[in-house]
Write a protein that binds this ligand. Structure first.
Ligand code: ATP
Ligand code: MG
Length: 470
């Protein structure tokens, strides 16, 4: 499974030349320098690497003189924390001095860092063994914690005592879950036990950081297995997930509890088709978030009728409210929050597959949202029992109609009609609010196919059907 080229010796194709140049330059100046972390892990797995972070025994001021004497531009804004960024024509390289992190009092960041010449010290501050490997420019690997063996066996294991490491920085818990989901790895037993024990500390971590890791987790190929295993950890951030776990729906349309249904919907969200070749598949984050959130409101509105059948009337609205709260807590962007909450709200609203209804929907929502809604609804339908799957055909019809409308050059807003307010006034509509009302009527006539979007057609509709009736 590991990259042959890499494990059988040095191959310069795995590290770009400009990064090798930095390593060589630093070594020639008498210091150690390695590519470290994610890039080494991904190269070893034969995956395309991004972000070639460099770790070095040179202290920041020493690194600055190495770079400046070679005429390389640099940015030293983070040099207090040990990082100097070399600005190369092909890209930036972050070079960080070997570091010992000081005490942690905010469960997230060290209060102070100190620099060290020792790679062994630097290893100890890294989160997981698979992230604690160093690769030198001549292809030697420094692997003090057994990261390569864990990579080979597919194991996420904390460096050092997991309880200590997660107490220092609770975000590592979510990083570990994300890596497990991305690579479809198992989490080593003690590491996982410490994750569960210290999960409450996640409450102290900033929303943005949590959001970033959660998005990575839910978009990853192994997401549903990891979430199934770690729902109690994730419940610290999303308590509704715990309520949904094992919550039976008592409905002929469902053969899973709410939690398992949710995971099945997530599994049904396809991977993006715009990722670099060879990269690990990933889902669209808005769709993955909508899948996770779409039914969380079900337990709150569950009722059972006299025949023992469960009903969850109004659950999209309750799920939407939960989604708004969660995405706000996680400080997600306005656009992300709006799109996800809209998808959650609409997930159970099935648009009639006729031209008018589709055209009307597209005049109220952007086309990309409709495309995502269809993907979510398809995944949702497939995660129901066989009953109700006839709705799949309607989704296909809907997509076809939307595509036709777009390719025919249909317009989706009053603003894009071939007549303006001024045209209507010229045609005899009294100035004032009436103009707006007539424009809406004309737009509706256009949506219903009673007029086409040309000046003549729309104006003749106005004179024949609107002005004569007033
Ligand atoms: P990716 O960039 O693919 O998400 P990565 O491992 O490169 O994964 P980064 O956040 O870029 O992750 O961090 C680079 C390296 O820094 C990691 O591989 C790890 O060695 C170390 N690191 C990052 N965050 C932490 C943390 N919270 N605690 C300890 N070490 C960390
Ligand atoms: Mg990285």
């Amino acid at each position: 499974m590991l990259n042959d080229k890499f494990v059988s010796g040095y191959n310069e194709s795995v590290i770009p030349q400009y990064v090798l140049d930095i390593l060589a330059l630093t070594e020639r100046s008498g210091y150690e320098a390695y590519v470290v972390g994610g890039a080494v892990r991904d190269i070893a797995l034969g995956l395309p690497a991004h972000d070639f972070d460099v770790a070095s025994s040179a202290f920041p001021d020493e690194m600055i003189s190495v770079l400046s004497s070679a005429g390389i531009r640099y940015v030293d804004m983070a040099s207090r924390h040990g990082t100097v960024t070399a600005v190369m024509p092909e890209g930036n390289v972050e070079i960080t001095t070997f570091r010992v992190d000081g005490t942690y009092s905010d469960l997230r960041r060290p209060d102070e860092v100190s620099f060290t010449r020792s790679i062994e010290d630097d290893v100890r501050r890294r989160d997981f063994t698979i992230n604690a490997m160093y690769l030198s420019q001549d292809g030697k690997i420094v692997d003090i914690t057994g990261g390569m063996a864990d990579l080979e066996r597919g194991i996420i294991r904390a460096v050092g005592d997991p309880e200590v490491r997660f107490t220092e920085d609770a975000l590592r818990i979510l990083r570990g879950l994300r890596f497990a989901a991305k690579y479809e790895f198992e989490i080593e037993e003690q590491t996982f036990a410490a994750m569960e024990k210290l999960a409450p500390n996640l409450k102290a971590v900033s929303g943005e950081r949590i959001a970033e890791e959660l998005k990575g987790l839910i978009c990853a190929p192994g997401a549903s297995d990891v979430i199934r295993k770690s729902y109690r950890i994730l419940g610290v951030i999303l308590p509704e997930l715990i309520v949904c776990h094992g919550f039976e729906q008592h409905s002929g349309y469902h053969d899973r509890d709410v939690f398992e249904h949710t995971l099945a919907v997530l599994d049904g969200i396809p991977f993006r088709d715009d990722l670099p070749e060879g990269a690990i598949p990933a889902r669209d984050a808005e769709l993955a978030a909508a899948a996770i959130l779409h039914d969380l409101g079900k337990p709150e509105c569950f009722t059972m009728d006299e025949y023992g059948i469960g009903h969850m009337k109004g659950h999209p609205e309750i799920s939407r409210r939960i989604a708004v709260r969660v995405l706000k807590e996680l400080k997600c962007s306005r656009e992300f929050t709006d799109n996800v909450t809209e998808l959650v709200m609409l997930h159970d609203t099935f648009i009639q597959p006729d031209r008018y209804c589709v055209h009307k929907f597209l005049s109220e929502h952007p086309h990309p949202l409709l495309k995502k809604l269809v993907v979510l609804q398809r995944a949702d339908i497939l995660a129901h029992s066989k009953r109700g799957q006839d709705r799949l055909g309607r989704l296909e019809a809907l997509v076809k109609i939307a595509g036709e409308l777009v390719s025919e050059g249909a317009v989706f807003s009053v603003k894009d009609l071939a007549v303006s307010g001024a045209d209507l006034i010229a045609a005899g509509v009294p100035e004032g609010p009436e103009v707006g009302h007539v424009l809406s009527e004309v737009f509706d006539a256009y949506l219903r196919g009673k007029a086409v979007n040309t000046r003549e057609s729309l104006l003749s509709y106005v004179s024949e059907h609107i002005l004569t009736n007033r």
